[in-house]
Design a protein around this ligand. Structure first.
Ligand SMILES: Cc1ncc(COP(=O)(O)O)c(C=O)c1O
Length: 427
C-alpha cells in the first residue's frame, strides 16, 4: 500500500505512517467497528456508534426506565435538554444556558425563524442562498408563507456551486431584511462561510443572523458568542455520533432569549410547568423554546458521544480533519483528476469543512459500485457529487488511501457500468 510516484508527482507519506503519528488514533477503539474491511466515509451523514453509548443505552433502558420508571424524571431526565445543551455549548463557543437539545433541526429552524420574524416587525424579508440544505429552504418557504403575503424569501446564487457569493449576499441584505439564515458548512461542497464577516453583514443591516451548524458541529471549532451570532441550529447524528434521528440543538444568544417568542407553545416551555396553569406564560431563558416531552432515550444516546468529543477536543479534531482532507485531495490530484474527476470542494482548507465532494458524470453509478462491490460507503448528492466524509475521531489515513484506491478501480475498470441510473430511495 505505498502511494505511487512518478518523476512529476510528489511522494505522499505512507498512510500507515500517518496513522502511527496520529495523536487521536486511540479514539477509533471507542467505536463499534463491526467490519474492519468496510471503509466508512459517511460519518458526516450518520456517525458511528460509540461503545460507551451501548452501555449507556442498556443503563437507561434497563435501569432508568425498567426499574426507576416515572421516578426517572426527577433523576436526570427532566433536565436532559439543558444539561446536554450545556455540553454542546462547549463545542460551539456558546454559554451553557444558550443551548437546548430537542426536536429535529427542521423543527428547531422553524421555531427560530418564526421567532425572528416576530422580533423584527416591519421587516419582511428572509435572505439565504442556494448552497443551503433544501429542508432549510422548505422551512423558510413555509415560514414566510405563514407570516403573511408581504413576506418573501430571497435566495442568492453561488457563482460556481461551491463557494458563497458574498457580493450577492451583501446586495440582498438590506433594511427590509429580518433574518439571514445560512448553513455554515455547505452540505454539498463543504464550503465554510466566514461566520464573523457574514454575521456582521447581517447586523449592519439590522437583521438577525441564524447559522445551521449541521455539518460544522464537532468538525471544526466554532465561536458563536465571539461572533455575536444571534441564533443557530444543528443536528447530533453526524459528527456528534448521536445515532439515527437523534434530537437537534438550538442556540439563542442570551440577551435575545427574553424577547423571542417560541411559535409552538407547550407545557415544557411553560413557566412553572407543574402548576398546570390554564394560560401560557413562557419559562425563563432557553427553556421557553421547548414544547413537548423530550425523547429521553434518544437524548441518552447523545450524551456519551458528546463527552467523547469534548475529551478529544475539537481543535485537535479540526487539525486532523484538515490533514486528512488535504491527503484525500492530494490522492485525487494524482489518481483521479487525470481520469476526469473534478474537485467540487474548495481547494483552500481554511474554507473547507470535513467532507470533500468529487464530481463525475457517472457519480451515482460509481457511488453504487463503491457501496455494493467495493465495501466503501460514501454518499451521493445530486447531480454528480460523490461525497466523502471524514470523521477524525475514527477515520484513519489508511481508510482514505484505500477508499480512494478502490474508487480509482471503479472508474478505470468501469465497474459502475452494470448499475442502472435509477436513484435508490436514500443516497
Ligand atoms: C445542513 C442540514 N440542515 C438541516 C438538515 C435537516 O435535519 P433534520 O432532518 O434533523 O430536520 C440536514 C440533514 O441532514 C442538514 O444536513
Amino acid at each position: 500500500m505505498t502511494p505511487p510516484a512518478d518523476s512529476h508527482t510528489p511522494i505522499l507519506p505512507h498512510p500507515t505512517e500517518l496513522d502511527r503519528q496520529d495523536p487521536l488514533a486511540r479514539y477509533r477503539d471507542e467505536f463499534v467497528i463491526d467490519d474492519p474491511d468496510l471503509i466508512y466515509l459517511d460519518g458526516n451523514s450518520l456517525g458511528r456508534l460509540p461503545k460507551r453509548t451501548v452501555a449507556r443505552m442498556r443503563e437507561v433502558v434497563e435501569h432508568e426506565w425498567g426499574a426507576r420508571l416515572i421516578r426517572g424524571w426527577n433523576e436526570g431526565w427532566f433536565t436532559a435538554p439543558q444539561r446536554i445543551g450545556g455540553k454542546i455549548a462547549q463545542l460551539i463557543g456558546a454559554a451553557a444556558d444558550e443551548v437546548l437539545v430537542g426536536d429535529s433541526t427542521s423543527v428547531d429552524l422553524f421555531k427560530l425563524i418564526m421567532a425572528a420574524l416576530h422580533a423584527r416587525p416591519g421587516r419582511t424579508k428572509v435572505v439565504t442562498d442556494d448552497l443551503n440544505f433544501p429542508s432549510d429552504l422548505y422551512v423558510m418557504q413555509g415560514a414566510v408563507k405563514l407570516a403573511g403575503p408581504n413576506y418573501q424569501l430571497q435566495i442568492t446564487h453561488s457563482a460556481d456551486g461551491i463557494t458563497a457569493n458574498d457580493d450577492a449576499l451583501s446586495k440582498a441584505i438590506d433594511a427590509d431584511t429580518a433574518l439571514v439564515a445560512l448553513t455554515h458548512t455547505a452540505f454539498k461542497s463543504g464550503f465554510v462561510y466566514d461566520m464573523g464577516a457574514v454575521t456582521e453583514m447581517a447586523h449592519r443591516a439590522g437583521a438577525l443572523m441564524l447559522w445551521d451548524l449541521c455539518h460544522s458541529v464537532g468538525a471544526l471549532p466554532l465561536a458563536l458568542d465571539d461572533h455575536r451570532a444571534d441564533l443557530a441550529v444543528g443536528c447530533t447524528y453526524k459528527y456528534l455520533n448521536g445515532g439515527p434521528g437523534s434530537p437537534a440543538f438550538l442556540f439563542v444568544r442570551r440577551d435575545l432569549q427574553e424577547w423571542l417568542v417560541n411559535p409552538v407553545w407547550g407545557w415544557f416551555g411553560q413557566k412553572g410547568q407543574f402548576d398546570f396553569a390554564l394560560n401560557y406564560q413562557p419559562a425563563r431563558g432557553m427553556t421557553r423554546m421547548l414544547t413537548g416531552t423530550p425523547s429521553i432515550l434518544s437524548l441518552a444516546a447523545i450524551e456519551p458521544a458528546i463527552d467523547l468529543m469534548l475529551e478529544a477536543r475539537v481543535e485537535r479534531l479540526r487539525a486532523k480533519s484538515v490533514e486528512q482532507t488535504e491527503y484525500l485531495i492530494a490522492l485525487w490530484e494524482q489518481w483521479l483528476k487525470p481520469l476526469g474527476v473534478t474537485l467540487n470542494s474548495p481547494r483552500d482548507a481554511s474554507c473547507r469543512g470535513s467532507h470533500v465532494s468529487l464530481g463525475h458524470p457517472e457519480g451515482l453509478r460509481i457511488d453504487r459500485a463503491l457501496i455494493e462491490d467495493m465495501r466503501v460507503i460514501p454518499d451521493f448528492r445530486y447531480p454528480d457529487n460523490i461525497r466523502l466524509g471524514i470523521a477524525p475521531l475514527y477515520t484513519r489515513f489508511a481508510d482514505i488511501y484505500e477508499g480512494m484506491s478502490r474508487l480509482r478501480r471503479v472508474i478505470t475498470e468501469r465497474l459502475y457500468e452494470k448499475y442502472s441510473i435509477e436513484r435508490p430511495e436514500v443516497t
